[in-house]
Design a protein around this ligand. Sequence first.
Ligand code: SAH
Ligand code: CA
Length: 220
Amino acid sequence: MRIQVNLTEKLQNYVADVSLSEPPPLRELREETSLLAERNMQISPEQGQFLSVLLRAIGAKRTLEVGVFTGYSLLRTALTLPANGRVTACDISAKWAEVALGHCERAGVADKVDLRVGDARETLAALVQEEGAAGSFDFVFLDADKEGYETYYEYGLTLLRPGGLLVADNVLWSGLVIDESVQDDETRALRAFNTKLYEDDRVHLSMLPFADGLTLAVKR
Ligand code: SAH
Ligand code: CA
């Protein structure tokens, strides 16, 4: 077991050595966030890079992000999108939104960012009503409160075009999803979310045991 742990760590380091790259504005954002108590909410640089490759692979122009924190995934998205691309993002915290927007401004990509402060339930309910929004998004990233995932997923499916991609973060929840002694609201919500997607024939599914678990769902 011990050997396996070391091997996993060594392989992770190797993967970083031969593939990881992080543009300077993202490194600065990560270093600044590392001073905060909430720093563990941030996605890893590997995940950010994966997000960026996914966006490029599907040629994403219009994307949605639910759960911004200090803006790592948002900035990675804004840096990746073409000049005519746009990311609509939302967070319930005005404090985090301000930090995130500051980083996007410093990196010169704030013009691609539409950041909305409020409960995502309300923000998404309003967004789907907007002229031309439904069926127009190429990509959706879910990373806010886990109790909200099912609701955000439904709005996300409405907003995505056919063939559009939804990615949900933290679907393995540090492994707690398989520990039946854990019955808090977030863990239960993630179990229900994972089961729902597996049974949902509106999407093509792939769950990756990468980072804290990442589900990819392509709208049929
Ligand atoms: N994607 C971010 C991490 C997000 S952490 C990154 O790359 O760093 C989760 C975020 O979801 C927090 O900033 C929190 O304020 C936000 N959040 C929690 N509940 C929410 C809700 N109901 N609506 C919108 N955002 C919410
Ligand atoms: Ca997350």
